[in-house]
Design a protein around this ligand. Structure first.
Ligand code: NAD
Length: 467
């Protein structure tokens, strides 16, 4: 069988782990500094590469949605790394006193990262920040759907790091499938739930632990007490950022039945305020590929054919730029793709509900989403939404922004993924928390050994009887 480039790189990195051991704080810090200067120096080139890959990606979206959270993550890690790396004192069980217990955080070794196209910089370099902080070596496989960005990442990282520390492998699904079957010490995959299953199966062959950052249908619940226009605008901001191609975008809105019409009007008005035009508007991003553009148009047509009410903005010229103007859909048939699949585009289905328990039941009956948004100022309503549902994360009275918090773990639950990263949680996820017990000079526990006699009986009676 032909040897893949990724086999060679993994062998090089594993040999470096064996020869060079655990990188010091200084080495990790230097690697983070280098990454921050890459982000600063390559800012324009990165913005242009993503935009060319998309057809048009708003420069501000690349800055707000990728470069800013990335540089925040690097700065946060630099600020806290020394403390994260410190061994943590734990309490030795009194039966073994004067023993001492602690946890030592060690690198796992070589971490593989597979990233998607929708935020091709952040979702490649974000996990890299946590992996470097935890002292690992990294192999990255970025998406083939954003070839210019992937090639740029490959060249700038190769120019700044030795391949034994950080290496990029580019290629299509065949390269990715091979990559996911390599014996990494950990694999971080961001992408669809369907491919996530294949990645986990491939990793299982080597018992490689996985962090799966997947997608799903993230609901936005608009409660009766909340100003409708404010909620509609906020949902439009989250839905239309990157033209809906965001893993944590609100997928659909649950709205009180009697307010559906008012919500639809407010939402469409908000889309016009945010994006007065679509064609020719550099702020409105294109759909990444012709296949995805068709997939989204087909979703709308299927709902239309099924009798749904469609609110849309007809814009001549949008399709030529591979853009899809905002669409709102009421009454999508339960069997339609729109109702069952992650939309990943600027289409918002609205689902009516009679009361909050009904809205919560709707969510609970479906796979656990990556994000959940709740618009309410009523503490009881908020508590019942948070306690009565599950999702990877939550933003109250807004959308997307829980992801931008360096000190909050980011990850899914159930069908939306497993494991989490960002900040200290990412450091922990990509470290081995090694338990170390040091027995004292005086070691009573070894007196309680065979041949078992009076002392053993006394000790067992004492400790078994202890509260
Ligand atoms: P995808 O699953 O199609 O591809 C992701 C990556 O997997 C790509 O690099 C691809 O080359 C690779 N891949 C393809 N086939 C593979 C295989 N058989 N084995 C291993 N790897 C393989 O996802 P996508 O279309 O690039 O991204 C969209 C999806 O990603 C959406 O479902 C979205 O919700 C999800 N997503 C999740 C997050 C998150 O943080 N949870 C973030 C962004 C996107």
């Amino acid at each position: 069988m032909r040897m893949h480039e990724s086999d060679r790189l993994l062998a090089v990195q594993k040999a470096a782990v064996a020869q060079q051991g655990t990188p010091s704080y200084g080495m990790r810090r230097a690697a983070l500094d280098t990454l921050l200067s890459i982000v600063r120096q390559q800012r324009r080139a990165l913005i242009d590469a993503v935009s060319e890959d998309f057809g048009n990606r708003a420069a501000s979206e690349t800055e707000l949605g990728e470069l800013m959270p990335l540089s925040n993550a690097i700065k946060h890690a630099r600020r806290h790394l020394r403390r994260w790396m410190r061994p943590q004192r734990r309490l030795a069980d009194p039966a073994f006193w004067p023993a001492r217990a602690c946890i030592v955080y060690q690198p796992l070794g070589v971490v593989g990262i597979i990233s998607p196209w929708n935020y091709p910089i952040l979702l490649s370099l974000g996990p890299l920040v946590d992996a470097i902080a935890a002292g690992n070596r990294v192999m990255l496989k970025p998406s083939e759907l954003t070839p210019r960005t992937s090639a740029l990442l490959k060249s700038v990282l190769a120019g700044a790091y030795a391949e034994e520390q950080i290496a990029v492998v580019t290629g299509g699904a065949d390269v990715a499938a091979h990559f996911s079957g390599l014996p990494f010490d950990h694999l971080v995959f961001t992408g669809s739930t369907r491919v996530g299953r294949a990645v986990m199966a491939a990793a299982a062959a080597h018992l490689t632990p996985v962090t799966l950052e997947l997608g799903g249908k993230s609901p936005a619940i608009v409660c009766r007490d909340y100003p409708l226009a404010k909620a509609a605008r906020s949902i439009a901001i989250g839905k239309l950022f990157n033209a809906g191609q965001t893993c944590v975008a609100p997928d659909y809105a649950l709205v009180p039945a009697e307010r559906i019409d008012a919500f639809a009007t407010a939402y469409m008005a908000a889309t016009r305020e945010l994006y007065p035009t679509i064609a020719g508007n550099p702020d409105y991003s294109s759909i990444v590929s012709e296949r995805h553009h068709r997939r989204l148009r087909d979703m709308v047509e299927e709902a239309r054919a099924g009798g749904a009410r469609i609110e849309e903005r007809l814009e001549a010229g949008a399709a030529a730029e591979r853009k899809l103007p905002p669409v709102l859909i009421i009454g999508a048939p339960a069997s339609s793709a729109l109702a069952s699949e992650e939309i990943f585009g600027p289409i918002l289905p609205v689902v009516p509900y009679a009361d909050l328990p009904e809205a919560l039941a709707w969510i609970i009956d479906r796979p656990k989403p990556l994000a959940l948004y709740c618009f309410s100022n009523d503490r009881t309503a908020i508590a019942s939404v948070i306690n009565g549902t599950s999702s990877g994360g939550v933003t109250l009275n807004g959308t997307l922004l829980h992801v931008a918090q360096a000190d909050l773990p980011f990850g899914g639950v159930g069908a939306s993924g497993m494991g989490a990263y960002h900040g200290r949680d990412g450091f922990l996820q990509l470290s081995h928390a090694r338990s170390v017990l040091g027995l004292g000079r005086f070691n009573m526990s070894e007196r309680i050994a065979a041949p078992y006699g009076k002392l053993t009986r006394l000790a067992t009676r004492l400790f078994l009887g202890r509260k």
